[in-house]
Design a binder for this molecule. Structure first.
Ligand SMILES: [Zn+2]
Ligand SMILES: [Zn+2]
Length: 330
């Protein structure tokens, strides 16, 4: 089967690998859509602590069941599915609390086990979720949307009338769409890239150029400020944009050695909440429902659908102008 793989850090190959043999409890997914995520690039560079080599990357993928292993029930050949990539141990302290995504031994398809940038991928049968008649491209957004839902989970029933999101890439845009769908009246999307701002406006979100003085007028005006840039200097400024009692969500991936200055007095006096969230925690079914509820707007998140050979060139560093979520299409 055709596949992209990283033989070792900083090396990308595209070519033919054997179709994986199925173990007990596994199914073979014939991949139809697979999204490139920043995590894949970090895995390629060897910056993602837990990754192993050689590895087929890809943790945002949907396809059809092509083969069923021993001791599997409830799925049939031809079923249209999306994969929950997280592989939790099930027995550590976090797992016992229901926090699969915080498992002390967390693995994932595309990070520690071969993933979705291949014609086929062997996965645990309990990792697949039926997608009905949703397109594969949309279903492959269920994993990133699952991360958005896990990101919003600490808010519980908080009233969020106005939210500001820094970074209008695929994750920022999905976050904006999710908040709008959750009932936030005004979602402000901040970026410096004009065509990304245009995409945000086209789906009914308010776009603001980070370089304009409109930013000054937003001081302390929001209930929630989200970082979807991974830029520490942006994260540092988030508390300025929330009113008293507001919440700050650290959602983007900052460099692991970055540090920021925060005023503990301000957090105390203005009763601010600071949350960080990581990955997703069994959020795929809710993410599929949400994607359906949002409808056509989610298509704005995907900018490119490429054959596998071109995916490899993107992994190797080729820049595609105007790109948002780039997917492999098969
Ligand atoms: Zn991802
Ligand atoms: Zn665990």
């Amino acid at each position: 089967m055709k596949a992209v793989w990283f033989p070792s850090p900083n090396d990308v190959k595209v070519g033919t690998l054997p179709v994986p043999d199925l173990g007990q409890g596994q199914v073979l997914v014939r991949v139809k859509a697979s999204g490139i995520c920043h995590t894949d690039i970090e895995v390629m560079r060897g910056n993602y602590g837990t990754s192993t080599y050689p590895i087929v990357p890809g943790h945002e993928f949907a396809g059809e069941i092509a083969e069923i292993g021993a001791d599997v029930s409830g799925v049939s050949i031809g079923d249209r599915v999306v994969v929950d990539p997280n592989l939790q141990c099930g027995t550590c302290r976090a797992c016992l609390r229901g926090w699969a995504h915080l498992c002390e031994d967390l693995g994932a398809y595309g990070v520690t086990v071969n993933g979705g940038f291949a014609e086929c991928c062997a996965v645990r049968a309990d990792a697949v979720h039926a997608i009905g008649d949703m397109t594969f491209a949309e279903a492959a957004l269920a994993e990133p949307m699952g991360c958005v839902l896990n990101g919003l989970s600490p808010l519980q029933d908080r009233i969020v009338e106005r939210a500001i999101i820094f970074g209008t890439g695929p994750m920022g845009l999905l976050m904006g769409l999710a908040l709008k769908s959750r009932g936030t009246a005004e979602v402000l999307m901040v970026d410096r890239v004009e065509d990304r701002l245009g995409r945000a406006e086209s789906v009914g979100l308010r776009a603001i150029n980070a370089g304009t003085d409109e930013m000054d007028r937003l001081t302390r005006s929001c209930d929630l400020a989200v970082d979807a840039t991974g830029v520490p200097a942006v994260v540092e400024k988030l508390p300025e944009y929330v009113g008293n009692g507001g919440a700050v969500l650290i959602f983007g991936v900052c460099p692991s050695d970055a540090r920021i200055a925060i005023s503990p007095f301000e957090i105390f006096r203005r009763q601010l909440s600071l949350f960080g969230t990581h990955s997703l925690n069994h959020n795929i079914p809710d993410a599929l429902e949400l994607l359906k509820a949002i409808g056509g707007g989610v298509q704005e998140v995907v900018s490119h659908q490429l054959p596998i050979e071109e995916v490899a060139t993107v992994m190797a560093g080729r820049h595609l102008p105007g790109s948002m979520k780039i997917q492999m299409a098969a």
